[in-house]
Write a protein that binds this ligand. Structure first.
Ligand code: 6YU
Length: 511
């Protein structure tokens, strides 16, 4: 009779070979937890020469800028990114105050705007406020469709446009045509903002029912004064040296859906190395999975998982940092919006991308405090227009941005000192920015994403392939904390597997 005493179980755990594909925050989090729990054979295989993935801090002149993730969304006790950043001493004192943590407003209070139109006018806040308020209420209402289980409109875009039309006819019936036209252009601009928030091409691509799956945490969004990568550096310094193999893209994960029990997983690297393992944790971005799933898994992903990979959205949101010698915006200004008066009302897509891609850039946020950053604006652009922008030279992007600012301010002398833009769509290991719930998506899709292989119904060795990464979190997808929690979740899955293992489940090679 077989027996598995405590000592044997411990040695099984210690000797289990676990490979993590990807050294972003989710892969690092998984490795951290596994190493702490006593697993000795944990290895990360990373395609690029660096750790951090979509957490990427760069510089513009002497200033630190975030090319990827920017904020801790909801920095409060429930947010593990906040807790780690606090523990490592990476945050400004304001971010640590109880008042900051208690503020439950879904991110940040409305930013102080400067609003310009394409005819060079600067608008007053009263001109735009009614549309801004209506839009904010609609976003709030849209979350309710998730619990109601019904979707009366085809998409978020359809819902917002239809409701604005309906409410405007009722509430703005005594407002003059020019003012209404301005308000509808504000709606266009806010739809473009939402495309950036969601990382979608258009709000017509975002599912209405699933929009409410995303949960916010309390806390006023904050940044890392020394750069988001400080978090990565601290976590990496606590892992054993040599745990990560860099510049080692994984080409194919061979797993078994039969009863083969010995070394069930083999990880084939592009350079030819083949690594055998008991378990592999896949943390590659959803964009990469969408493009490469057919070659990345042998046998291929089961159909229900593949359909979720396809249904979930993964779009592009890029930043264009622009530095100036002196500011041309108001001293208290936190965000600059551009309204195109020649655009149809309530559009978030540009018809002629090559000629007019810049129309998709909703505007700029102002990097604050000025003493830290100088005079830097961060432009935001999502969708196919953003993907096209990536193909232009830096010079061409600078030209586009300069013309835009000169036209909208009516000041032909404004000249940027330098620019830097991100190119997340053409990053071969990311293929976009982050996940959003596409039309027809539900919680089931995110659950399918995180389901390990082989699935429960199979007789084969369990937990061969596990899935982490932001796209696998049921309510914090698209965020750093969602990614981190997903890494811990998959590590815990293995930890509890080895603590509950019974003799009949042991691989023959281990008996
Ligand atoms: C957040 C924020 N933020 C802006 C921009 C971006 C993102 N996010 P990784 O990709 O990090 O790691 C995978 C690794 O795998 C990587 O190193 C690859 O090289 C490697 N790899 C790939 N293929 C491989 C292969 N074949 N072999 C080996 N290795 C391979 N999140 O919290 N705050 O401010 C922003 C922002 C421009 C691009 C962000 C933000 C998203 C995070 O960056 C992201 O989720 C995590 O870093 C992902 O970590 P990971 O480990 O999963 O993958 C209602 C509603 C709306 C819902 N949305 C709300 C808004 C929230 C999003 N906000 C974003 C805003 C900004 C500005």
């Amino acid at each position: 009779m077989l027996c598995c005493d405590k000592e044997e179980a411990m040695s099984l755990k210690v000797n289990a070979k676990i490979v993590i594909v990807g050294c972003g925050i989710s892969g690092i989090a998984a490795a951290h937890r596994l190493v702490k729990a006593g697993f000795h054979h944990v290895r990360i295989v990373e395609a690029t020469a660096r750790s951090g993935g979509r957490i990427k801090t760069g510089s513009l002149g002497d200033n630190i800028i975030e090319i990827g993730a920017n904020w801790i969304h909801g920095p409060s006790e429930e947010n593990p990114v906040f807790c780690l950043a606090r523990q490592y001493g990476l945050l400004d004192p304001e971010a640590l105050t109880p008042e900051n943590q208690a503020m439950d407003i879904g991110g940040h209070p409305p930013w102080v705007p400067n609003v310009f139109t394409s005819s060079g006018r600067k608008l007053n806040i009263e001109d735009v406020a009614p549309a801004v308020e209506m839009f904010a209420e609609l976003l709030e209402q849209s979350s309710e469709f998730q619990s109601q289980g019904g979707e009366p409109y085809a998409s978020m875009g359809d819902f917002i446009r239809s409701e604005v039309r309906r409410q405007a006819a009722e509430k703005w019936k005594d407002v003059d045509a020019a003012a209404i036209s301005t308000r509808l252009h504000v709606v266009s601009n806010l739809l473009k903002v939402e495309c950036c928030v969601n990382g979608s091409h258009s709000m017509d691509d975002v599912g209405l029912g699933a929009f409410g799956l995303y949960k916010t945490l309390p806390g006023l969004d904050c940044t890392f004064p020394g750069g988001y990568e400080g978090l990565i550096k601290n976590l990496m310094s606590e892992l054993p040296g040599g745990l990560v193999t860099y510049n080692q893209p994984v080409q194919c994960v061979h797993w078994s859906n039969t009863e083969k029990r010995e070394n069930p997983v083999e990880i084939e690297c592009e350079a030819g190395e083949r690594i055998t393992a008991d378990h592999v944790i896949i943390t590659v971005p959803l964009g990469y999975l969408k493009k490469h799933h057919s070659t990345l898994f042998r046998p291929p992903l089961p159909l229900h998982k593949l359909h979720s990979v396809q249904r979930l959205g993964f779009g592009t949101n890029n930043k264009i940092f622009v530095e100036f010698d002196s500011p041309w915006w108001d001293a208290d200004c936190e965000v600059i919006y551009y309204l195109w008066e020649d655009e149809d009302a309530m559009v978030d897509q540009v018809p002629d991308i090559q000629r007019s891609w810049i129309k998709k850039l909703f505007g700029f946020t102002v990097l604050k405090p000025t003493e830290r950053y100088g005079h830097i604006l961060c432009g935001w652009i999502a969708g196919h227009e953003s993907e096209y922008m990536e193909t232009l030279s830096e010079q061409e992007v600078m030209q586009g941005v300069t013309q835009l600012i000169r036209r909208f301010t009516g000041n032909p002398t404004i000249t940027p000192r330098r620019i830097l833009r991100s190119q997340w769509f053409h990053d071969p290991w990311t293929c976009g920015s982050y996940t959003y719930p596409g039309r027809g998506c539900s919680l089931q899709d995110l659950e399918n994403m995180m389901e390990p292989l082989p699935t429960k119904t199979s007789q084969a060795q369990p937990l061969q392939v596990l899935f982490a990464g932001e796209a696998t979190h049921p309510c914090y997808y698209s965020t750093v904390h969602g990614a981190l929690l997903s890494g811990w979740r998959e590590a815990d899955r293995l930890i509890s597997h080895y603590s509950s293992i019974s003799p009949s489940e042991l691989p023959r090679s281990k008996l």
